[in-house]
Design a protein around this ligand. Structure first.
Ligand code: ADP
Ligand code: MG
Length: 711
């Protein structure tokens, strides 16, 4: 990176740091959820009868009473105007994986003047032109109409900007025929399926069936780098990851970044992010330095899954926006930098019926019987559909992360922890004799499990799917992903397992209930225990072992995606009304196409950077060295072997760059993702070698040791 640019960067950083430490921040949290149309604002802005009906829909899942729509719309508009809004938008989650919004103002001209209006119809449905969103053939361009439908279970909120604000109404997005074109619709359907199955199970246990709530706590990892570096990296700008860059001598090997003291500039950024999130009622709770240099994490308090998914989309947006205001860039890509850790999004998932968390080992035999049943259901679900869990996290970015040394490998297994594993073994081996589990047997409905200390259950960070005390933590989703796909799959496969198990339990006779349950759970464990693995998932032995166990494993994201359209999975989605066959096939098409496009973009920009930045820099260096060599020889000087060697290496480098670039160009023409990736990797290897031969001030790209350490 050339000197003038670098010194400019340094000046800016110095100026910003002088601005620290934090000024004028108060500990007041009164503004929490100020920008959310929540229960409090609903009661304040709507007539009490209307408010009661709306709250019944939100809290108890009662069908939306359309007759109240215009009253709700009016109240919501008044509230929004009081918060500075002039526009509204139906906010939705298209298949691009990001969020979409098309703003309309409340304005309506009346004679020479204008008034602000918002009708019930405008609240309930929108008709954005959908022709440019991916639909996988679900909708022809000539019938481009797409519909957005209000999701009252995720509250409307205000997005502010320097000159005003917009009322955002979370919506589902579907085609004219009602086919899902977004990520929210299937999640809502999967929640419905899981709710029905959970109630069926609770009923089979003769337990009260309260409202079923699926919970999600999404831990978000990200990188921050100085914006000036970013602007000089076309690869980051275009793809979100560096396609070139030699590993610096010091990266993360000293393990000095994880939980380290947070730099002032970053703390300032984090604080502003949290303030923005709190205003939106997003309960940001935890912040810390992550393992890689310049890597961080934000974790909110868990919430109802549909809301948590929307909130995580906003978290990503706000991280990006606030970073920009601080002269930083937030990188959400799964692997922005080779040779250091990538970023994931750990999805902590649990399931409540009424106040009972089915994944919480309780204090009495009944609760424990339910807990063990739910646990076995998850073992069955994950074993039967590990392919779907991988399909849900497949992507061009996650390809670089999964299986690398810091992230779970592309093989799904469940980690239970030693204590719980022992209990599962006792259950498997038990035959109903002794009443105390310490005596090599466990009798369901009789024994009370030892309290499982939550912290002791999980210190295995290598597992993709870990039981962590009272929830499962799905660690494979990528940092840039929406949680929607992973949660939709998890809900659906859990629904199937709970439903199937409930169907068996319903056949039990009251007298022999416990013994029959014991037999059922035992058979589930026997059949599906191959999915349990408590060792080191990073080890080579595990790969061999997993293969011997016949667990689903494939290095290719395209193979993972293919499983979406396997007959067994289509049947599953259709049975639980999460997708029609047509919807799932179209999704498969969209995701495969996205994958291919991303790889093509990477290949294209890698080629451009090589030809227009790296080769010219190496040629310039070659010229300098050869003219120095010529001078030395003209002056008949000794000591020219170093120059000769350097010139040779640079010359060969230019040759090799040419060869590899040619290969990449060919791969791009043939458009086979695996060939493009291979050609990019080969090109990178040569280019990264040149980085160490070319003068520092002549190297055209900011280096790893700059981007990761100077901010
Ligand atoms: P760690 O990094 O040790 O896994 P964090 O505190 O960073 O822990 O994140 C844990 C996440 O799990 C948080 O978002 C937290 O709110 C969430 N969580 C805690 N209990 C539950 C639960 N019962 N169901 C779902 N999520 C939960
Ligand atoms: Mg964490």
């Amino acid at each position: 990176m050339n000197i003038s640019c670098r010194s400019k960067t340094m000046d800016t950083i110095a100026a910003r740091q002088a601005d620290c430490p934090l000024k004028g921040v108060s500990g007041n949290i009164d503004f929490y959820a100020e920008d959310v149309f929540n229960t409090e604002s609903i009661k304040q802005y709507l007539p009490s009868k209307v408010a009661a009906k709306l709250l019944a829909t939100i809290n108890d899942g009662k069908p939306l009473n359309e007759t109240i729509a215009s009253d709700v719309a009016h109240g919501m508009k008044e509230w929004a105007i009081d918060h500075g809004a002039t526009h509204f938008t139906h906010w939705f989650l298209p298949l691009t994986g990001s969020t979409a919004e098309k703003h309309d103002s409340f304005l309506e001209p009346v004679g020479d003047k204008a008034i602000m209006t918002f009708s019930g119809k405008n609240l309930i449905v929108g008709e954005p032109d959908a022709s440019s969103f991916p639909s996988g053939g679900l909708r022809c361009t000539f019938e481009a109409r797409g519909y957005t439908a209000w999701d009252p279970t995720s509250p409307a909120f205000i997005k502010r900007h320097a000159n005003g604000a917009t009322l955002c109404i979370p919506t589902a997005f579907c085609s004219y025929t009602g086919a899902a074109l977004d990520k929210k619709t299937p999640v809502l359907r999967s929640i419905q399926a899981l709710s029905t199955a959970t109630k069926r199970l609770m009923k089979a246990f003769n337990q009260p069936t309260g409202k079923v709530t699926v919970m999600l706590g999404a831990e978000q990892e990200y990188f921050l780098i100085d914006r000036l570096y970013y602007l000089h990296r076309p690869d980051l700008v275009q793809t979100g990851r560096t396609l070139f860059g030699a590993p610096p001598p010091k990266h993360q090997q000293l393990e000095d970044h994880y939980f380290g003291s947070i730099r002032q500039r970053v703390l300032k950024f984090m604080t502003e992010v949290e303030h923005e999130l709190w205003r939106l009622g997003i309960p940001a709770k935890t912040r810390h330095n992550e393992v890689a240099p310049a890597q961080f994490e934000l974790a909110p308090v868990f919430e109802e899954v549909n809301l948590a998914i929307d909130h995580n989309m906003l978290v990503m947006e706000i991280l990006r926006q606030v970073a920009e205001r601080h002269g930083l860039v937030c990188l959400l890509h799964e692997k922005p930098f080779a040779s250091v850790n990538g970023s994931g999004k750990h999805n902590n998932w649990s399931l409540l019926c009424g106040k009972v968390n089915l994944l919480d080992p309780g204090n009495d035999p009944e609760q424990n019987a339910i807990f063990l049943t739910a646990l076995c259901a998850m073992i069955q679900a994950v074993d039967k559909h590990s392919d779907l869990l991988l399909a849900a996290v497949a992507g061009a970015g996650n390809d670089h992360r999964l299986g690398a040394n810091e992230a779970p490998p592309g093989i799904i297994s469940i980690y239970l922890g030693q204590q719980l594993n022992e209990i599962i073994e006792l259950l498997e081996n038990g035959n109903g004799g002794s009443s105390h589990h310490k005596a090599s047997q466990l009798r369901i409905g009789v024994d009370v499990l030892p309290p499982l200390p939550r912290d002791a259950t999980d210190r295995n960070r290598t597992s993709p799917f870990a039981f962590t005390g009272n929830k499962f933590e799905f660690r494979a989703p990528g940092s840039s992903h929406s949680c929607a796909g992973a949660m939709m799959v998890l809900n659906t496969i859990a629904a199937e397992a709970l439903d199937e198990i409930a169907a068996e339990i319903e056949k039990f006779k009251p007298k022999t209930f416990n013994a029959e349950l014991q037999t059922l759970l035992k058979s589930i464990i026997k059949k599906h225990k191959r999915i349990i693995f408590n060792g080191d998932n990073y080890s080579g032995e595990w790969r061999k072992e997993a293969a011997a166990r016949g667990l689903f494993s494939s290095p290719s994201a395209l193979e993972w995606l293919k499983s979406l359209t396997d007959r067994k999975n289509i049947d599953l989605f259709e049975k639980y009304k999460v997708f029609t066959e047509q919807e799932i096939s179209s999704r498969h098409e969209v995701f495969v196409e996205e994958y291919r496009r991303r790889i093509r973009i990477e290949g294209g920009i890698a080629l451009e950077i090589c030809n227009s930045m790296i080769v010219p820099a190496v040629v310039e260096q070659f010229q300098k060295v050869t003219s120095a060599l010529l001078n030395a020889k003209t002056l008949k000087m000794t000591g020219t072997s170093g120059l000769t060697e350097l010139a040779k290496n640079l010359g060969c480098g230019i040759d090799e760059l040419g060869v590899k670039a040619g290969k990449l160009e060919k791969a791009l023409k043939n458009n086979r993702p695996e060939d493009i990736v291979k050609a990019m990797n080969e090109l990178r290897k040569i280019a990264d070698g040149m980085e160490n031969l070319v003068a520092d001030d002549a190297w055209p790209l900011p280096k790893y040791r700059e981007m990761l350490f100077i901010y």
